[in-house]
Design a protein around this ligand. Structure first.
Ligand code: NZQ
Ligand code: ZN
Length: 385
């Protein structure tokens, strides 16, 4: 097992009716900025619940944070925070709102020329403003991790950053808030959660049986619960199990002491930046291709995954490896998400060229062996046509 530091200070308040607990959770006598997205919180009753819990508090609001939140929009919030002397940020929405709020928190006190540098050149984060969340979309784990992914429309970039001080102070997870999710967002969320686990699990073994079984537990739960999670009308227990899986998949627990991959996420961010696919869609396209491309390097874990998650065994090794990738892609298709670029009307040759060029310019090498270079990225994309 590799060395690690485990740290997760986010208080999780989970279950039905828990938005009311904001009253006791947010700091008293402070100016609070409620951040939100495109308006879903007005249609599903979440906004009313938040406002009711915060009656008597000094609140301000900033809406319009996009899916794949943009630097351009968030900088307007930074201005508002400075102007009003806001002291606490409350993100109400999906991962994009939570991520965007982390950027606002870090950008306010940024001392360099432009807060975009936090993303583009690892610009040093000074002080941050404390933040918390009311999560309405299980997927990213942002409600209980220190990371954020921000897009810049002007340059078609999508980059990530993280800082230990950006863990939300608390996050309220009420599964009932997910009932209003469009089905495609539920699909994206299941796939994002699944692939978060895979990025931290399907690499090479370093003797971490506990972490492996924690990862496999999340994968198996998602597979077993997928139909119930997708069912209409929404079922409370299935949505609760989904929500908790999504948090556990990326809250810095299952990656303790293991070797991580994340190549699929890095390639996926570029596909979103150039072609606008939702995050989960990019992952469903890229991951099966990575599984095939890296079959040899991932062999030991692939064999373990095939047997423990899908019960595939007693076959020639080659057949097990192939089936492991095929069954994974079949699961994504069963969830209802396209796994090929052509399904999203993206020309794979063009995408391979554009994205390969970008990785070449950045000199990035991805994956657990740092061997997925620009050429390999191009091939992975071509194979996902
Ligand atoms: O904007 P509103 O109107 O709220 O609508 C949103 C948005 O259109 C809607 N939605 C959210 N909750 C809803 C709802 N609609 C009805 N009822 C509800 N309860 O869903 C749409 C998508 O929301 P978004 O927040 O964009 O989705 P998600 O949570 O999947 O977040 C995706 C973003 O997170 C980043 C992604 O790259 C992407 O930018 N990620 C962040 C990570 C992190 N911080 O650790 C890790 C992930 O790998 C991921 O990269
Ligand atoms: Zn993700």
């Amino acid at each position: 097992m590799n060395n690690f530091t485990y740290y997760n200070p986010t208080k999780i308040v989970f279950g039905k009716g828990t938005i009311a607990r904001l009253t006791e959770l947010v700091p008293q006598d402070q100016k609070i900025l409620i951040t939100y997205g495109g308006g879903s919180i007005f249609k599903n009753g979440v906004y009313e619940q938040v406002k009711a819990a915060l009656a008597g508090f000094q609140t301000y609001e900033f809406g319009g944070i996009e899916a794949n939140p943009t630097y351009e929009t968030l900088m307007k919030a930074v201005e508002l925070v400075k102007k009003e002397g806001i002291q606490f940020l409350l993100a109400v929405g999906g991962g994009s709102v939570v991520d965007g709020t982390k950027f606002i928190s870090a950008a306010i006190f940024y001392e360099g020329a432009d807060p975009w540098e936090i993303l583009s050149k690892n610009g040093k984060i000074g002080k941050v403003l404390p933040l918390a969340s009311v999560l309405t979309l299980p997927a990213t784990g942002s409600e209980s991790n220190p990371n954020a992914v921000i897009s810049r429309t002007g340059t078609q970039e999508k980059l990530s950053f993280g800082d230990d001080r950006l863990y939300p102070v608390f996050s309220i997870l009420d599964p009932e808030t997910t009932y209003s999710l469009p089905i495609n967002q539920v699909r994206n969320g299941i796939v994002d959660t699944y692939i978060h686990v895979m990025e931290q699990y399907l690499t090479y073994p370093v003797n971490t049986p506990l972490q492996d079984r924690q990862a496999e537990a999340i994968l198996k739960t998602l597979i077993e619960e997928a139909d119930a999670i997708l069912a209409t009308p929404a079922q409370y227990d299935a949505r609760a199990n989904f929500m908790w899986c999504a948090t556990q998949a990326l809250n810095m627990l299952i990656n303790c002491g293991v070797v991580e991959d994340w190549a699929t996420h890095m390639i996926g961010h570029e596909i979103t930046a150039f072609y606008g696919l939702a995050h989960g869609e990019t992952l469903a396209v890229v991951y099966p291709s990575v599984m095939h491309y890296k079959q040899e390097q991932k062999k030991a874990k692939l064999l373990q995954y095939a047997e423990r998650v899908f019960g595939i065994k007693d076959l020639p090794e080659e057949e097990i490896l192939k089936q492991a990738a095929d069954r994974t892609e079949a699961f994504f298709r069963h969830v209802g998400i396209g796994t090929r670029l052509q399904e999203y009307k993206v020309n794979a040759t063009e995408a391979a060229g554009k994205i390969g060029d970008r990785f070449a310019r950045r000199g990035w090498k991805l994956g657990e062996h740092q061997d997925i270079d620009a050429e390999a990225v191009g091939q992975i994309i071509l194979n996902a046509a």
